[in-house]
Design a protein around this ligand. Sequence first.
Ligand SMILES: Cc1cc2nc3c(=O)[nH]c(=O)nc-3n(C[C@H](O)[C@H](O)[C@H](O)COP(=O)(O)OP(=O)(O)OC[C@H]3O[C@@H](n4cnc5c(N)ncnc54)[C@H](O)[C@@H]3O)c2cc1C
Length: 328
Amino acid sequence: MKNSISRRTFLTKTAALGAGAYPAMLALNLLPAAPAHAFDLHAGSGKGKHLIILGGGLAGMTSAYELRKLGYRCTILEARQRSGGRCWSVRGGATTAETQNPQHTAGFDKGLYFNAGPSRIPHHHQLTMHYCKELGVPLEVYNNVNEGSYYFAEGKGPLSNKKVRAREIHNDMRGYLNELLAKAASQHQVDASLSAEDSAKVLEYLRAEGGLDIDKLYKASARRGYLEQPGAGNQVGKLGNPHRLADIVSSGLLDPDFYNVAEYTYELQMTMFQAVGGMDRIAQALEARVADCLKLGAEVTTIQNQAEGVKVVYKDQQGTHELTGDLC
Ligand SMILES: Cc1cc2nc3c(=O)[nH]c(=O)nc-3n(C[C@H](O)[C@H](O)[C@H](O)COP(=O)(O)OP(=O)(O)OC[C@H]3O[C@@H](n4cnc5c(N)ncnc54)[C@H](O)[C@@H]3O)c2cc1C
């Protein structure tokens, strides 16, 4: 019997596992490389040629920016009244309209913004960092991890319907699981293949990882925070007791929504970056380089291949227009 899996089933199962479907598909070669053939893009190769670029998002504007370096004349047609596409930072007064809903206007105070699209530049997005450097967009570290944030599980269980610090759940789980493993390792249940010396090292690791005491037991420690902060003199602070493992489980705090340790994954590992002042600074820097060839409010409605090029029809507030571009 043929052992096959549909793309939909694969995506559903991968998502259910909590892994990113996109990197998994790349790794399994289920997403083939973009089929575009290699272009002959040497300096001056674009002389006398007109290219029409659909969409003034980061991809469209970067394409125009690079192609113009090679001498191509470019026209970017962007349906919206702003550039940047998904790379959008909402600021006070910004509006957005949905097909079924009335227009929303952001009432933010001056200086405040919300990155509605991309907010993080991961360590492996070297191309993005390259363009930020070339375009003079300053970057700063993006804090992807906040152990002081709260979980709030709605439902049953003694820890639900109230605020619980992420650091408490993370450290309690590390503590309990490493205590279990340390006990098993002490009885040579999990380390049969290890030498006595290596076994001792594993135990030492489990103690450090779980924050276990000398008896390999998980108890209250400063890792999970204080009920009363330590101060000067004899104010040593008051430690909070670990939550019971059964309480954590029954309150739903091991559900993927809560225990989704994003920073374990390659794409979200620290250190991450963001553009200082909002991610739309990247779009704005690109727009400044290509503004003279960018048409806003120009929605492409038809694309027709022709013997000698391509015909693109777009509409704007003035009406319907045609543009012809070259095949390259
Ligand atoms: C909520 C969210 C969070 C994200 N977070 C991250 C992140 O943290 N880090 C990261 O690296 N990436 C992130 N991404 C992905 C990133 O935003 C996109 O990969 C990137 O912005 C895509 O750029 P693009 O130019 O290819 O497409 P788009 O930005 O979608 O640009 C396409 C453009 O085409 C225009 N257009 C569409 N149809 C027409 C038409 N008929 N005529 C004319 N114009 C048209 C659109 O208006 C748009 O401006 C996130 C995306 C979203 C939505």
